[in-house]
Every structure is written in structure tokens, then in C-alpha cells.
Design a protein around this ligand. Structure first.
Ligand SMILES: Cc1cc2nc3c(=O)[nH]c(=O)nc-3n(C[C@H](O)[C@H](O)[C@H](O)COP(=O)(O)OP(=O)(O)OC[C@H]3O[C@@H](n4cnc5c(N)ncnc54)[C@H](O)[C@@H]3O)c2cc1C
Ligand code: FES
Length: 283
């Protein structure tokens, strides 16, 4: 998208993107940037944590990206954290504040936050999985009195790939958040835990009947999280996952995201394990 386009345009159509203004770009790691996008339009104001938008760069294409900011902190804009992996994300990384980006959505079913109230919350994001879960974590922290314990177990490949480092430091400081971070490979100066995310589980004792688990990350990671949590006696309906599958339309029309009878874009991307355990190997 060229910088000469100045006109922000919006639509409430599910199929036509609104052109929205990028107001800030923050380089988080060598691969990820955090984009702040203005959203002074009602249809984007009330997203739920866990929902995603289809983000497009004109002439290049579009990709589904989770909304990473929480509705409780919307402030006239929303944030997306984008890893540069291919055509669209590469083009997005070339954009600057003042550029326009196409946005459709928000789409999908978000987390049922109302049902989580009164429960202990255990978040287990792996790598880029923190991007969607950050929306829910901050939503919970902004309504802190209505939840029990808040436990965050976060794993990344190495210390330089940790996302949202400033927020991790803030959560670490809080005495009402139990944060444990691990990396697969240490780097010089790293004093924290080394090992995959499941090496953090023995550190926390959970009340199985009163805990909601929320996880997101690569399949190899969330499968281990699932096994551990089921092993601790957490009910299948209290374990929630945000799944990433290849998507195109985002609105249940093209079938790209279909897994058996489920359309990930519409029925998800957020599911309880009870809802999708029948997918077995496909999960
Ligand atoms: C609900 C949802 C939420 C998401 N949230 C985020 C987010 O918050 N941040 C984020 O960075 N990403 C997110 N993603 C992932 C993102 O949408 C994908 O990485 C997307 O493919 C990027 O588009 P691209 O054009 O840049 O990359 P692509 O060009 O599509 O390439 C992406 C990767 O897939 C490989 N690839 C491309 N085509 C194929 C193919 N046909 N078969 C196999 N491999 C192929 C490429 O080599 C590359 O490694 C999300 C995805 C979903 C479904
Ligand atoms: S992405 Fe088209 S049906 Fe889900």
C-alpha cells in the first residue's frame, strides 16, 4: 500500500476491507512487530479476546491475525503482533506509521470471559501464542477482583524471542500474578528456566476443580499442555485452546479452515478441549 493514499475508509461488510491507519509500529524481536491501528469505528470497538481480523496489503494479499490488545484497553485503537513469515506479513513489516492497512472483521468466536469469572486462570502460551492470549490476560487483569489466581506459564525458543518483554516485567512485579518463563535454549545472561513449557508445570499447584486453562502455540506444544492438564484432573470443558489453521475468507464460506465438521474461522478459533477432542490426530 502506498503512502500517498491518505483516505481512511470503512465498511461494515464482512467481505470488503476497511482501510485503517497505522498509528505506531514497534519492533519487538527480529521477527515480530507490534502494529497499533486506529479503530475509531463502532464495528471494531467491541471485539472479544481471542477474535482475529483479516489484514490485507493492497496488491499483495491478506492474512488472519489475532487481535492482541484487550477490549478493556481499546482507547480508539487495537494492536496486532505480526511475525514476518511470508508474502503478506513481509509486506506488513514494510509499512510505517501513517500507512493504511486493510482490515476485515473481527471474526471468530472469542473466549467466553463471562464463564471464567470467579475461577483461577492458568495461561500457557508458547512463542507467538502469547499474542492472542495477551488480549485475554489483560482483560482479566483489568477486572482482577472477579478472578481467582492468575498463573502465566510462558515458553519461547530463546530469550531474544520473548514477546511483550515490558509487560512480562510488569506481570513479574505484580503480587497477584504468578509468572513463570522458560526458554528452550539459554543465551548469555539468561538466569531463568531452561526447558520446554511443561518443565514449568511442577512449579504450580492448581485446584483442578476451579481452574480454567488457556493455551495457544504450536501443536507439538499444546498437545503436551493438554496431556499435563488432563493429568492434573482439569475438566475437558475447562481447557481452552486457540487454534491456527490455514484460512482464506474468515467467514465460513471457502472451507479452507475446515477440520471434519468444524470451521475454525467461525466455530473457533477458540475451543474448549471437550468440543474438539473428537478430532483426535487432526488436532
Ligand atoms: C486465527 C489465526 C490467528 C493468527 N494470528 C496471528 C498473529 O497474531 N500473528 C501472526 O504473525 N500470525 C498469525 N497467524 C498466522 C498467519 O495468518 C499466517 O502465518 C499467514 O500464513 C501469514 O501470511 P503470509 O502471506 O505472510 O505467509 P504465507 O506466504 O502464507 O506463508 C506462511 C508460511 O507458510 C508456508 N506456506 C505458504 N503456503 C503454504 C502451503 N500451501 N502449504 C504449506 N506451507 C505453506 C510458508 O513457507 C511460510 O512458512 C494467525 C493465523 C490464524 C488462522
Ligand atoms: S476460512 Fe473460509 S471457511 Fe474458514
Amino acid at each position: 500500500m502506498t503512502r500517498s493514499i491518505q483516505k481512511v475508509s470503512t465498511t461494515t461488510s464482512n467481505y470488503a476491507p476497511s482501510l485503517l491507519l497505522i498509528t505506531n509500529v514497534y519492533k519487538m524481536t527480529s521477527q515480530e512487530k507490534l502494529f497499533t491501528i486506529e479503530m475509531s469505528f463502532p464495528h471494531l470497538l467491541d471485539h472479544k479476546p481471542g477474535q482475529f481480523v483479516e489484514v490485507s496489503v493492497l496488491g499483495v494479499g491478506e492474512a488472519p491475525i489475532s487481535i492482541s490488545s484487550s477490549p478493556s484497553r481499546s482507547n480508539g485503537s487495537f494492536e496486532i503482533c505480526v511475525r514476518c513469515v511470508g508474502t503478506v506479513t513481509h509486506a506488513l513489516h514494510a509499512l510505517d506509521p501513517g500507512d493504511l492497512v486493510g482490515v476485515r472483521g473481527p471474526f471468530g468466536r472469542g473466549f467466553p470471559v463471562e464463564r471464567f469469572r470467579g475461577k483461577d486462570m492458568l495461561f500457557a502460551p508458547g512463542g507467538l501464542g502469547l499474542a492472542p492470549l495477551r488480549s485475554l490476560i489483560n482483560e482479566v487483569l483489568d477486572d482482577r477482583n472477579n478472578f481467582g489466581r492468575v498463573i502465566i506459564l510462558y515458553g519461547a525458543r530463546n530469550p531474544s524471542e520473548l514477546l511483550f518483554k515490558e509487560e512480562l516485567a510488569e506481570w513479574e512485579e505484580r503480587n497477584d500474578v504468578e509468572l513463570h518463563v522458560t526458554v528452550d535454549e539459554a543465551e548469555q545472561g539468561w538466569k531463568g528456566n531452561v526447558g520446554v513449557i511443561t518443565t514449568l508445570f511442577p512449579r504450580v499447584k492448581v485446584h483442578a476443580r476451579n481452574t480454567i486453562v488457556v493455551t495457544c502455540g504450536p501443536p507439538v506444544m499444546y498437545r503436551f499442555v493438554l496431556m499435563e492438564m488432563l493429568g492434573k484432573g482439569i475438566h475437558e470443558g475447562n481447557i481452552w485452546l486457540s487454534l491456527e489453521r490455514r484460512m482464506k475468507c474468515g467467514v465460513g464460506k471457502c472451507g479452507h479452515c475446515q477440520m471434519n465438521h468444524i470451521y475454525t474461522c467461525q466455530d473457533g478459533p477458540v475451543f474448549s478441549y471437550a468440543e474438539i477432542k473428537s478430532l483426535g490426530e487432526a488436532l
